[in-house]
Design a binder for this molecule. Structure first.
Ligand SMILES: Nc1nc2c(ncn2[C@@H]2O[C@H](COP(=O)(O)OP(=O)(O)OP(=O)(O)O)[C@@H](O)[C@H]2O)c(=O)[nH]1
Ligand SMILES: [Mg+2]
Length: 229
């Protein structure tokens, strides 16, 4: 992938996002009760599983908590490997939810220490995935609430936008912030997203994989995304 200059993105202003109260009238979660299994790890298109089930991918900077969130969503301690060292996961890991849907754990991006070589690997793997996956229904974009949206996140948002792929912004690690700074950071993140994208499916959803805060609400959203034809 060949990302645009992030400053270009800062200049594109658009949309108003749906409000939180519009999200709440959604069917009772049922995908969350499906048995989850690790299916396969892949680095290229020919290693991907068949493109035949609705799928949601977790994307975000290295160390933001993608694998931890996936484990929390499916209620398994370490089915997706949580890394001590950021930037080590290079594969796309596919997980099944019964026979109904899949969750996909993408490698992290934007970790400075991994350098240009790792950047090229991420670009190639992401391009292979995003340009070939017809069953992809959307992306969970994880953002560390303490850091907010960074240029690498904006690059991904712009990349998704160019391909018409909707994403669900999720603010992670909220257990690390007290109430006031947390609310302030959420307001800032919501405004920044409103300024920079048309494809956010909802305002940022605050979650903690450590405490489980926000997980039922996230499941409600995922159910809707995965079950909408
Ligand atoms: N306090 C807190 N720590 C978290 C949370 N989510 C993840 N972590 C920690 O953050 C670190 C990175 O978590 P991972 O789930 O491996 O992050 P990742 O995005 O999958 O990382 P890469 O695979 O390297 O891209 C681990 O030490 C986790 O325990 C959270 O909600 N709260
Ligand atoms: Mg990971």
């Amino acid at each position: 992938m060949n990302p645009p200059d992030p400053l270009f993105f800062f200049n594109t202003v658009s949309i108003s996002l749906p409000q939180h109260d519009m999200i709440m009238n959604i069917p009772v979660p049922y995908l969350s009760t499906q048995p989850a299994h690790f299916l396969t790890g892949a680095v290229s298109h020919n290693q991907f599983p068949p493109d035949d089930l609705p799928e949601i991918a977790l994307a975000g900077r290295s160390n933001v908590g993608k694998s931890s969130l996936l484990n929390r969503l499916i209620n398994r301690r370490n089915l997706a490997r949580v890394s001590r060292t950021p930037g080590r996961t290079r594969e796309i890991n596919f997980f099944t939810l019964g026979t109904l849907a899949r969750l996909v754990d993408l490698p992290g991006y934007g970790y400075a220490a991994v350098g240009q070589h790792q950047r090229l690997i991420w670009d190639r793997v992401a391009e292979a995935y995003f340009s070939n996956r017809r069953s992809l229904r959307g992306v969970i974009l994880l953002i560390d609430l303490r850091r907010g949206l960074l240029p690498a996140d904006l690059e991904l948002i712009h990349y998704l936008e160019q391909r018409g792929i909707g994403f669900l912004p999720v603010a992670t690690k909220i257990d690390k912030l007290n109430t006031n700074p947390k609310n302030q950071a959420l307001r800032t993140l919501t405004q920044t997203l409103q300024q920079h994208t048309r494809l956010a499916i909802s305002p940022p959803m605050p979650i903690s994989s450590l405490t489980g805060t926000g997980i039922p609400e996230l499941w409600q959203q995922l159910n809707q995304i995965l079950t909408t034809p």
